[in-house]
Design a protein around this ligand. Sequence first.
Ligand SMILES: N[C@@H](CCC(=O)N[C@@H](CS)C(=O)NCC(=O)O)C(=O)O
Length: 214
Amino acid sequence: MITLHYAPSTASMAPHIVLEEMGIPFELSKIDKEGGELSSAAYRRLNPNGLIPVLEDGDIVLYEAAAICLHLADTHPESGLFPPVGSAERAHGYKWLSWLSTTLQQTLIVHFYPERWADQAGAVIQVQAHAARKIRLLLDQIDGQLASHQAQWLLGDSYRLPDIYAMMLCRWTRHIEGSRARDLPRVNDWLQRVLDRPAVGRVFEREGLQKPWV
Ligand SMILES: N[C@@H](CCC(=O)N[C@@H](CS)C(=O)NCC(=O)O)C(=O)O
């Protein structure tokens, strides 16, 4: 059995959507963040970083949301959520997933937790403002990718893992004034296409999310 350790509206959302898109059996284990579960010895055995998410797939215990998505795509190739091995589209899929998790996601984390990067109140505000500006520039890269072809999805004609992952991160920008993904018209159109996926709607409902969704 597959178990996803998750919390609503966090980095567990991409694996949650991937599981739902695949239509395979899985269980959810909701993490009690406020109750300190992330620092518990039991959780640290699953993920020594004390971060969400973790996936248990039989004996395999995985952390890092992008790695979890790739593992699920590998073990369920019939889902078509990741392009064929050796294809140019797959190469770009690796690039986008890496970029999303190491660049956009990490800049968002700096924006949400600026106090982890500076001590003085003024410096904390400055770190957050710098991160917001960088987020805007990074969103422009997503816009540029969508502008580079006439297709509906990030990589081209097929809905793939990077669409799911990028939507999750674009959603995190919804309250960052001046750096909202939905304010870029082309990005917003693509976001709406992702939100129209029935599996995405089911996950949003199960996680109890409120509008605005992105
Ligand atoms: N690179 C990790 C980052 C995971 C991450 O930052 N998770 C956040 C939730 S979105 C978390 O657990 N935060 C708790 C904390 O920072 O204390 C991944 O993609 O899995």
